[in-house]
Write a protein that binds this ligand. Structure first.
Ligand SMILES: [Zn+2]
Length: 72
């Protein structure tokens, strides 16, 4: 299952950091951040609950980049 989320981040470098943090989150199979479009596409592992997983994705992204936001 894939879902797209609107994000806010200040530069492409931080967008890459967010992508890495999202990829390392349990329940995430793959994640892609498009800085130009300010979007994050997340592919979830089977059986994962997107709502719960995205709370962790947001937490992990905030660890690497204080100023980022994911609109859940
Ligand atoms: Zn930045």
């Amino acid at each position: 299952m894939k879902k797209t989320y609107k994000i806010d981040v200040d530069c492409a470098n931080c967008a890459n950091k967010m992508e890495d943090a999202a990829k390392k989150t349990a329940g995430v199979k793959d994640a892609t951040v498009n800085f130009m479009a300010l979007k994050m596409i997340v592919e979830f592992e089977e059986g994962a609950e997107p709502k719960k997983v995205m709370q962790d994705v947001l937490k992990n992204c905030k660890k690497v980049e204080d100023d980022c936001e994911i609109f859940l």
